[in-house]
Design a protein around this ligand. Structure first.
Ligand code: 6PG
Length: 239
């Protein structure tokens, strides 16, 4: 586990965008699972403004780690957020965008997307393998759309599951721990003081950390990088 701590959300976005640039410049196909939330929004803006079409996106394939069960033009759609802040700013083949179809019946789409991952991604341990999974973490310690009240979804044998937001009851499609921990690399983008308590518990393996799905992110590759701002990291003292 590597901790990268920066002074602001903007600096997190700047450094992560440089990290992503290195990956995108790889000569091989790159399969990336994107996250929703406010932190990736700033990261996408940074990537679009700093690199845009200076990068060759033709071998980059975008997927989502989770999606709200809403239409693709809905204000709460992670796909729409990504279009608005990144995809509309770069030249990337339509076929390289593999969105979760939030407009479909949740159970059907969880099956369809599970099958898409099996068909489109390279495999290791007979499980679909992303080159990079980008994750956020909620104030409650959720990640992707696996929430504490449904933490058992993490251990599903399926690539994707239907989840339920604990407050709104909104249905979501999420990839599961099986796929997340099979990724070559996982990047946690976590910013804001409201996360600092959970960050301390999870990184320090203290308190109720095992109740938080974010604490279960342990890629078998060993490559887990936390991109934090000082607010989110205020309670940890990295050795
Ligand atoms: C979602 C995200 C979710 C997000 C966290 C953190 O669909 O809402 O995938 O898991 O990453 O809620 O969000 P922030 O980056 O806004 O703190």
């Amino acid at each position: 586990m590597e901790l990268k701590i920066y002074n602001s959300k903007k600096e997190v976005a700047e450094h992560f965008s440089m990290y992503l640039k290195e990956l995108v410049q790889s000569p091989k196909e790159i399969h990336i699972a994107l996250s929703g939330g406010s932190t990736p929004k700033i990261v996408f803006d940074e990537i679009a403004s700093r690199f845009g079409n200076a990068l060759d996106w033709s071998k980059v394939f975008f997927y989502w780690g989770d999606e709200r069960c809403v239409p693709p033009d809905h204000e709460e759609s992670n796909y729409k957020m990504t279009v608005d802040h990144l995809l509309s700013q770069i030249n990337i083949p339509e076929n390289n965008i593999r969105r979760i179809k939030g407009e479909n019946a949740p159970k059907d789409e969880a099956l369809v997307y599970s099958r898409l991952l099996d068909e489109e991604l390279p495999r290791i341990h007979d499980i679909p393998k992303f080159d990079l999974v980008i994750l956020g973490m909620g104030d409650d310690g959720h990640t992707a759309s696996i929430f504490p009240h449904e933490i058992q979804l993490w251990d599903s044998q399926n690539n994707c599951e239907v989840a339920t937001h604990p407050d709104s009851g909104q249905k979501r499609i999420t990839i599961t721990g099986k796929v997340i921990n099979n990724a070559d690399m996982v990047a946690f983008l976590v910013t804001g003081g409201t996360k600092s308590g959970k960050v301390k518990e999870i990184i320090g393996k203290e308190g109720n950390f095992l109740m938080y799905p974010a604490s279960l992110v342990k890629p078998m590759s060993g490559r887990l990088v936390w991109f934090l701002d000082t607010d989110a990291a205020e309670n940890i003292t990295p050795s």
